[in-house]
Ligand binder design. Structure first.
Ligand SMILES: C[S@@+](CC[C@H](N)C(=O)[O-])C[C@H]1O[C@@H](n2cnc3c(N)ncnc32)[C@H](O)[C@@H]1O
Length: 252
């Protein structure tokens, strides 16, 4: 199995993501999947809230948070084990996982959707295994598409970025958050959206996004930086920043 799919099917990574989405806050940072949904809701600023798509949803917290406001939210991820986990969390109304502590030692954690104010929202979500670069025809008519920490994990981000307008309603929003950590393990360098030298000059991912999206979108407001902490073990954390940009779909 190639690395992207294999990496996100791993049980340890699954537990780390359950902690990231449903667990404690670490090093003073707010819950990132919830912050993403809140940032998207602020950007929507009174626009329609019928249908949303959380693409690359992992274990589903952002999907559930959006469903507090939307009539229907689809959560889509490449990883079947992430999607199975999302469905288990909704069916049982609780996230249960063995959190890595040290070596082979784990601690057993559980967090109910009711304790997060998400029990009712869980009725308005649907989770599906799928590929952001090759979505089926049913994924359409969205008022919001949110891609959180996804684009630098895609094998061909241009396939996603150059076609996603077809699925968004006029004046609907595309919200992208990414730390722009391009790695050839996930994305061949020829496919990096930015973070490269072009004719000897620095070409940023924001420039790349603008070039790919500008035929159908305009950038709303300024990019902003959202911190996130992924707890690997009791003694090891990844502290990163994700740049959040909001793109409005231009009417035809
Ligand atoms: C870095 S994680 C971010 C997950 C989540 N949005 C978050 O903020 O916690 C990237 C996610 O993208 C998913 N992914 C990778 N390639 C994908 C693809 N082609 N289509 C859909 N999801 C993909 C992975 O399985 C993983 O869940």
């Amino acid at each position: 199995m190639n690395k992207p799919a294999g990496y996100y099917e791993d049980n340890t990574v699954l537990a780390q993501y359950l902690e990231f989405h449903f667990g404690e806050s670490w090093h003073g940072e707010a819950n990132f999947p919830k912050e993403l949904a809140d940032g998207a809701m602020d950007a929507l600023d009174g626009r329609a809230t019928c249908r949303a798509l959380d693409i690359g949803c992992a274990v589903g917290r952002t999907t559930l948070e959006l469903a507090r406001h939307f009539d229907h939210v689809d959560g889509v991820d490449f990883s079947q084990s992430f999607i199975d986990t999302c469905r288990d969390v909704v069916r049982e109304s609780v996230a249960r996982y063995a959190r890595p502590e040290e070596g082979e030692l784990v601690s057993y954690q559980e967090r109910s959707l009711a304790s997060l104010g998400l029990a009712e929202a869980a009725r308005r979500v649907a989770f599906h295994q799928g590929d952001a670069c090759d979505l089926g025809a049913d994924y359409r008519d969205y008022d919001l598409v949110l891609a959180g920490n996804l684009i630098d994990r895609l094998y061909k981000p241009s396939l996603f970025l150059k076609t996603i307008h077809e699925r968004i309603n006029d004046l609907g929003l595309l919200v992208i958050a990414s730390p722009y950590t391009w790695l050839e393990d996930y994305t061949p360098k020829s496919e990096w959206v930015g973070g490269v030298l072009k004719d000897g000059k620095a070409y940023s991912t924001l420039e790349g996004l603008t070039d790919m999206l500008s035929p159908h979108f305009r950038l709303l407001g300024e990019p902003r930086s959202l911190p996130f902490v992924i707890r690997e073990t009791r003694n090891k954390f990844q502290h990163s920043f994700s740049e959040l940009t909001v793109w409005e779909k231009l009417p035809k």
